[in-house]
Ligand binder design. Structure first.
Ligand code: SF4
Ligand code: SF4
Length: 67
């Protein structure tokens, strides 16, 4: 099992991580960050396997993965 931390201040809300997560563990937040972007949010339903796809795909290096 894995988990991720999304640094919401670095997120520009592009949704790439949402699209590519094979376990559908990331959703878009309703909240805005200080730059006015909707950041993404970890759902944490226990299905994250720490594959790192989200971190690799994020163009803003906003995601850290822990296993
Ligand atoms: S590490 Fe893999 S399973 Fe976990 S949130 Fe990222 S893409 Fe999804
Ligand atoms: S890929 Fe990165 S910048 Fe895009 S929504 Fe996900 S965390 Fe935010």
């Amino acid at each position: 099992m894995g988990r991720i931390v999304i640094r919401e201040e670095l997120c520009k809300g592009c949704e790439i991580c949402v699209f590519f997560c094979p376990k559908k563990q990331i959703v878009m937040s309703e909240k805005f960050n200080s730059k006015g972007h909707h950041s993404s949010e970890f759902r944490d339903t226990g299905e994250c396997n720490g594959c790192t796809v989200c971190a690799v795909m994020c163009p803003d290096v906003a995601i850290e993965v822990y296993k």
